[in-house]
Ligand binder design. Sequence first.
Ligand code: ADP
Ligand code: MG
Length: 702
Amino acid sequence: MSEVMYQNVKCVQDYFACNVFNEETMKNRLPKNVYKGLLRTQRLGIALDPDVAEVIASAMKEWAVEKGATHYTHWFHPMTGITAEKHDSFISPTKDGKVIMEFSGKELIKGEPDASSFPSGGLRATFEARGYTAWDPTSPAFVKDGSLYIPTAFCSYTGEILDKKTPLLRSMDVISEQAIRVLRLFGNTTATRVTTTVGPEQEYFLVDKALHDMRKDLMLTGRTLFGAKAPKGQELEDHYFGNIKDRVSAYMKDLDEELWKLGILAKTKHNEVAPAQHELAPIFTTSNVAADQNALTMEIMKKTAIKHGLVCLLHEKPYAGVNGSGKHNNWSISTNDGQNLLDPGDDPKDNIQFLTFLVAVIKAVNNYSDLLRLSVASAGNDHRLGANEAPPAIVSIFLGDELQTILDALETGKMIKTNQDKEFVIGVEALPNFPKDTTDRNRTSPFAFTGNKFEFRALGSADSIACTNMILNTIVAHVLKEFADTLEGSENFTEDLNNLLINTIKENKNIIFNGNGYDESWVEEAKRRGLPNLVSTVDAVPHYTDDKNVAIFEEFKVLTRTEIQSRKEILLDNYSKIINIEALTMVDMARKQIIPAGCEFTKFLADSIVSKKAAGVSFDAEKQLADKASCLTNSILEATDALDAKLLDVKNYDEGEPTARFYRDEVFAAMQSLRAVVDELETIAPESIWPFPTYADLLFRV
Ligand code: ADP
Ligand code: MG
């Protein structure tokens, strides 16, 4: 083929990360010593020298201006769950009435947005409204929509953390420190930093924008609050991995390009289980970059959809009766000397180190499953967990048969047959090669070992992954610390390690469950095992401030008790607000659209009865339908008033947990009652008077 034929083809490698101030750009644009200084900061997680910042700021500005940027923004992750940005232009006036483009090291490192409009969960009362943002040099800056975006942490003026990034960064340092201690025990002298890595698989729905805009519920809450089942759902299983429709395919192509330009390694895309549902998975990266990139991905997904006349729904449950959307958090730990610590490796020496880290994760998840559960708690995710489409709200670990056999043998000291058919008693000095086949995966497990990483599958699609990973890192760090404390002074390492592992397995094997997590008997079994089943957000979130949980955050200075308290309040408050908005939207739609439609339908039938009666024609069908429509409309009116009355009752409850509990037990129940009668009316009403698009329209007209 001639060269010419390629001319108009955009090569991904030519534009990948073209809008990112990444290592390559920095290497080209920064003086050698500055570049090296920055690399040390990034790789070892140490603080940046202010002089160095000045040089970097200037180079960054030059680069951004060449990319067409006129503004810069500190980009941060407040507790609202979405990212925040405030743009300042680079311009600075000169004496001759012109402007120059300026950006200082100080402006790069620190910003001072007003913190008073971001949720602080009661923290604000104790200090002034000012907050500040601080550059996170471990996550690269990028240019988007004419602005230079600088990833930052966000705190109050007095230092209380107000965002999701700061504790995540701290947790990464903490697990690194403890993992290095453990590695030293195994004779590793080369690793100096351990990094947690994450690959989040993101599910989403697409819906036609024109249809979407005809429904207040989708517009205001991101999910359908009413809607009778379409005649077809996901039962034919014809969507999962099915052919991608042209319009969707064009969207995905555009989305990939936008993400690639921002240096996001979008890798896999496919149709999901439900109609109009899809998934995007990137290649994994470090936890904090993954969290930043996932937030950016969600934003770009939404923006790109609009260009295609579509809306991207990230809500966990946009439609009743078909699967909702989640996010799988693939998590592992690796060293800067090139090892994945959750990879069994090939020789027994690696295996025992692997087993140590594996067992540490098992213990951490067992002791802090309530924290993991609450890290994925939200009003949206409550619809999925335990509804046989996502893992149950009970946290358990899946290891698979091969690994289970090894742990059992280690625990019981029994003989084990290896794949080479040799038999021996397994112990830290005698370990078989682990079979690494992981094709037999259990999709019903919330926390599954998948070969060289753990996959936590309970996250909601709209969630930030920051909280989950902050918790995961901290709880594992805590156990690694215990292990290191126990073993560091050991006189007989092999024996002590053996005992430690065996005892830890014995004490924590309760959390391991290799069976079907969707099975009803599991709920009973889990109860017998004493595993918590925190069904809803309101059941889970209050555990944030349990003493044992506060203790580990304080032990590692990841969060203080006050900060945890504030996070708990924010989560509960957010839950209440969401249910409130949904309830108000239902009342509004019922009164202004659904009840009028019910009346119109009844009137149409009544008119028909009158004329048929005059003509002496039988009107049985109309009569039956009119009675039913009239009766249902009546029930809808009653259910609407009942819901409205519940909303007035809210003020009788104390803020925080009591209010959230009332929303869950009373308001949410009243919403479901209203929905039931509306959906019934929809099934008998003619399409011509139904006031908004139906499930069939929404799900199948993409
Ligand atoms: P599946 O859908 O079968 O779970 P995918 O290939 O869609 O698998 O997703 C696997 C995810 O796991 C990808 O995002 C991948 O980058 C990520 N992953 C692979 N190795 C690691 C690792 N060491 N640490 C974190 N994530 C990883
Ligand atoms: Mg997965």
